[in-house]
Design a protein around this ligand. Structure first.
Ligand code: ATP
Ligand code: MG
Length: 140
């Protein structure tokens, strides 16, 4: 079993897609181990995406991510990182495959509905950015 961090981003929450995305998460065989609704401060968004701080879109990205409530979730299943990246699709919705969450719900490269960790290591670090280990529900 592996864990990854997903975020239902502010655009998807605002547009009323959270329920459909959560349904997709469950139907793809992920167990939800932690979940909350939270509006990030600009500083929290900058901390989460610190790896991108030198990129030209950093300001736009962190302003968007702190623009309204989002839903971080710790997801667990076999091969969770790769599977979740497959389900969400390419960063740019114009390149996202048919049937992916970004194809269905993303409106632009910046406002692309969902986040997924890009490695097992980052899955752990990013999960703990939102959820200390003791609030992540153990495998039953
Ligand atoms: P995420 O980390 O959110 O799951 P990703 O791993 O597919 O997305 P990254 O390269 O990590 O893509 O970029 C992080 C986020 O920054 C993207 O999801 C997107 O919202 C934003 N982003 C990336 N590239 C651009 C760009 N060229 N212009 C505007 N926003 C961008
Ligand atoms: Mg990324």
């Amino acid at each position: 079993m592996e864990r990854t961090l997903a975020i239902i981003k502010p655009d998807a929450v605002q547009n009323g897609h959270s329920g459909k995305i959560l349904d997709r998460i469950l139907s793809e065989g992920f167990a939800v181990r932690a979940m909350k609704l939270v509006t990030l401060s600009k500083t929290e968004a900058e901390g989460f995406y610190a790896v991108h701080r030198e990129r030209p879109f950093f300001g736009e990205l962190t302003t968007f991510m702190s623009s309204g409530p989002c839903i971080p979730l710790v997801l667990e299943r076999a091969d969770a990182v790769a599977k979740w990246r497959e389900v969400i699709g390419a960063t740019n919705p114009a390149d996202a495959a048919e049937g992916t969450i970004r194809k269905q719900f993303a409106t632009s490269m910046g406002e692309n509905a969902v986040h997924g960790s890009d490695s097992t290591e980052n899955g752990k670090l990013e999960s703990n950015y939102f959820f200390p280990e003791h609030v992540i529900v153990a495998n039953s």
